[in-house]
Design a protein around this ligand. Structure first.
Ligand SMILES: *[C@@H]1O[C@H](CO)[C@@H](O)[C@H](O)[C@H]1NC(C)=O
Ligand SMILES: *[C@@H]1O[C@H](CO)[C@@H](O)[C@H](O)[C@H]1NC(C)=O
Ligand SMILES: *[C@@H]1O[C@H](CO)[C@@H](O)[C@H](O)[C@H]1NC(C)=O
Ligand SMILES: *[C@@H]1O[C@H](CO)[C@@H](O)[C@H](O)[C@H]1NC(C)=O
Ligand SMILES: *[C@@H]1O[C@H](CO)[C@@H](O)[C@H](O)[C@H]1NC(C)=O
Ligand SMILES: *[C@@H]1O[C@H](CO)[C@@H](O)[C@H](O)[C@H]1NC(C)=O
Ligand SMILES: *[C@@H]1O[C@H](CO)[C@@H](O)[C@H](O)[C@H]1NC(C)=O
Ligand SMILES: *[C@@H]1O[C@H](CO)[C@@H](O)[C@H](O)[C@H]1NC(C)=O
Ligand SMILES: *[C@@H]1O[C@H](CO)[C@@H](O)[C@H](O)[C@H]1NC(C)=O
Ligand SMILES: *[C@@H]1O[C@H](CO)[C@@H](O)[C@H](O)[C@H]1NC(C)=O
Ligand SMILES: *[C@@H]1O[C@H](CO)[C@@H](O)[C@H](O)[C@H]1NC(C)=O
Ligand SMILES: *[C@@H]1O[C@H](CO)[C@@H](O)[C@H](O)[C@H]1NC(C)=O
Length: 391
C-alpha cells in the first residue's frame, strides 16, 4: 500500500497547514498523480512540488478557470508515454488541429520554481516517423487566461509545440529552457517553442530554446507581443504567421517587437509569411520590429513571404489578402547558408507597404550574398543592398 500512503502523505501536508488548504506540498504516489495535482490546484493557493519529486501524469490536466494560484514546481512533472491514452484523451484544440496534455486558465496564476515539465517526446518522435497523421500533444496550453507568469521552468522533449497561448492576456514567460531533442534518427518535428493565438500582451523573455520548428510563432490575432533576449538553436526562427490561411477568416498580427535574438543553425531568422492563392483568408500584419538579431548559419535570415505556399503565377492571379505594413528589420548581423540572405517577397498590387531595412550585415560565407525583393518598395539605409523586381 505504498502508493496509497504516499498519496495520503501528499494530502496530509496539503490540508495540514494553519489556514485550511492554503499551502500544499504534493508528493508522488507511485501511480497516476494527475488527479491529485488537479485536486491540489483546486483546493490550495500555493502548490509546491519539491525538488526530489517527479509527478507521473497519466491523465489530462484540465486546470481552467482557476484564480490566484502559485504552482511552485521545484521537481518534475512528467507526462506518461502512453500514446493510446493521449491520442484518445488529450484536449482538442481546433486551431490547426492540435491536442494538448494540459490546459491552464483563469486569473493571476504563476508557475515557477526551477523545475521541469517533461513531455516524454521521444516515443512521439518515433511514432510520428511512421504515422504522419498522428496528433501529438502540446505540453502546456494557456487557455482563456489573464495574468499568467511562467518563470524558471525547463520544458523537456515536447511531443509537439511546447507552449500555446490560446486566448491569453497579460502573459509573461521568462527564464524558460526549452529542449526538444530526439535521441533517435527521427527528428523532434513541430516542436515550436511558443505559439500565440487570439492573445494580447504576451512577453517571452530571457530564454534558451533548442528545437526543431519555429522558436516563436505568432498566429492569428496576436497583438502587443514582446520577444526579447532569446537564444534559439535549430529552429525555424521568429515567425509571424502563417496568416490568412483559412477562407472567411480575418487574421491580425499587430504591435510586435522581437529584439536581442541569437539565432543559430536555423531555417529562418526573422520571418513574416502570409498565404495567397484562391480560397484563402485575409488579414493585416502591422507594426512589427525585428531588431538586434545575431544569426549564424541560418538558411533564410530575413524573410517576408506574401505568396506562402503559392507559386508566382498563381500569386499574380490571386495576390494575398493579408496586407503587410510598417515593418522594420534593423541591426541584423550574421551568416546565411544560401546566397539569398534576405528575401522580401510580396504579392503584386502593393500589398506590402512601409517596409524599412537598416543596418543589415548578412554574409554568405561560400559566395556573394544577395538581397532580393519582389513587388515592394523598401526604405532605410540597407535598401540599396536589395535588387528588386516586380511581377
Ligand atoms: C504559503 O506560502 C507562501 C509562499 O511561500 C507564504 O508567504 C505564506 O505565508 C504561506 N501561508 C501559509 C498559511 O502557510
Ligand atoms: C474543464 O473544466 C472546466 C471547469 O470545470 C469545464 O467547464 C470544462 O468543460 C472542462 N473542459 C474540458 C475540455 O473538459
Ligand atoms: C494506456 O492507455 C490505454 C487507454 O487509456 C489503457 O487501456 C492502457 O492500459 C494504458 N497502458 C498503460 C501501460 O498504462
Ligand atoms: C495515425 O494517427 C492517427 C491520428 O492520431 C490515428 O487515427 C491512426 O489510427 C494512426 N495510424 C496508425 C497506422 O497507427
Ligand atoms: C528565477 O530564478 C532566478 C535565478 O535563480 C531568481 O533570481 C528569480 O527570483 C527566480 N524567479 C522566480 C519567479 O522564481
Ligand atoms: C502586460 O502584461 C504584464 C504582465 O506580463 C503586465 O504587467 C502589464 O501591466 C500588461 N500591460 C498592459 C498594458 O496591460
Ligand atoms: C536546458 O535544459 C537541458 C535539458 O535539461 C540542459 O541540457 C541544458 O543545459 C539547459 N540549458 C540551459 C541554458 O540551462
Ligand atoms: C481577429 O480579430 C478580428 C477583430 O476582432 C475578428 O474579426 C476576427 O474574426 C479574428 N480572427 C480570428 C482568427 O480570431
Ligand atoms: C545591434 O545588435 C547587437 C546584438 O544584439 C547589439 O549588441 C548591439 O548593441 C546592437 N547595436 C545597436 C546600435 O543597437
Ligand atoms: C502553380 O500552382 C498551380 C496550382 O497548384 C498549378 O496548377 C500550376 O501548374 C503551377 N504553376 C507553375 C508554373 O508551377
Ligand atoms: C512606417 O513604419 C514605422 C515602423 O516600422 C512607423 O514607425 C512609421 O510611423 C511608419 N510610417 C508611416 C508613414 O506610416
Ligand atoms: C513603388 O513606388 C512607386 C513610386 O511611388 C509606385 O508607383 C509603385 O506602385 C510602388 N510599388 C509598390 C510595389 O508598392
Amino acid at each position: 500500500m505504498r502508493t496509497l500512503s504516499n498519496l495520503i502523505l501528499g494530502f496530509t501536508l496539503c490540508f495540514g497547514s494553519a489556514f485550511a488548504a492554503s499551502n500544499c506540498t504534493l508528493l508522488a504516489s507511485g501511480g497516476d498523480d494527475g488527479p491529485s495535482l488537479l485536486k491540489a490546484v483546486q483546493s490550495c493557493s500555493t502548490i509546491t512540488i519539491p525538488k526530489s519529486t517527479t509527478l507521473n501524469i497519466e491523465s489530462r490536466l484540465n486546470m481552467t478557470g482557476v484564480a490566484d494560484k502559485h504552482i511552485k514546481l521545484e521537481g518534475t512533472i512528467k507526462f506518461s508515454s502512453n500514446i493510446t491514452y493521449w491520442t484518445q484523451n488529450a484536449f482538442y484544440i481546433p486551431f490547426q488541429t492540435q491536442i494538448t496534455y494540459w490546459l491552464l486558465g483563469g486569473k493571476r496564476i504563476s508557475l515557477n520554481g526551477g523545475g521541469t515539465i517533461d513531455g516524454s517526446g521521444q516515443v512521439w518522435y518515433d511514432a510520428f516517423a511512421t504515422n504522419s497523421s498522428l496528433l501529438r500533444p502540446i505540453i502546456l496550453t494557456i487557455y482563456k487566461a489573464k495574468g499568467v507568469a511562467i518563470e524558471n521552468i525547463t520544458l523537456l522533449n515536447s511531443p509537439e509545440w511546447n507552449n500555446l497561448v490560446n486566448e491569453g492576456e497579460d502573459i509573461l514567460y521568462r527564464h524558460i529552457n526549452i529542449s526538444s531533442l530526439s535521441t533517435s534518427v527521427n527528428p523532434a518535428k513541430n516542436t515550436d517553442g511558443w505559439d500565440t493565438y487570439r492573445s494580447t500582451n504576451v512577453s517571452i523573455l530571457d530564454s534558451v530554446i533548442v528545437n526543431d520548428d519555429d522558436c516563436v510563432s505568432l498566429k492569428p490575432n496576436s497583438t502587443k507581443i514582446r520577444v526579447e533576449n532569446l537564444d534559439c538553436t535549430g529552429s525555424h526562427g521568429i515567425s509571424v504567421g502563417s496568416l490568412g490561411q483559412y477562407a472567411g477568416e480575418y487574421d491580425i498580427v499587430e504591435d510586435v517587437i522581437a529584439r536581442n535574438v541569437k539565432m543559430s543553425n536555423a531555417q529562418n531568422g526573422a520571418r513574416i509569411k502570409a498565404w495567397a492563392g484562391p480560397n484563402v483568408g485575409s488579414g493585416i500584419v502591422k507594426n512589427i520590429r525585428f531588431e538586434n538579431f545575431i544569426e549564424s548559419a541560418v538558411q533564410n535570415p530575413v524573410v517576408i513571404d506574401q505568396c506562402y505556399m503559392t507559386n508566382a503565377t498563381l500569386c499574380a492571379q490571386y495576390p494575398s489578402n493579408t496586407y503587410i505594413e510598417d515593418v522594420l528589420f534593423t541591426n541584423i548581423t550574421g551568416t546565411g547558408t544560401e546566397s539569398v540572405v534576405a528575401s522580401l517577397s510580396c504579392s503584386p498590387d502593393g500589398r506590402c507597404s512601409n517596409i524599412t531595412v537598416s543596418n543589415l550585415h548578412l554574409t554568405y560565407p561560400s559566395g556573394s550574398a544577395q538581397y532580393s525583393c519582389q513587388n515592394v518598395n523598401v526604405t532605410g539605409n540597407a535598401a540599396s543592398l536589395f535588387s528588386c523586381t516586380s511581377t
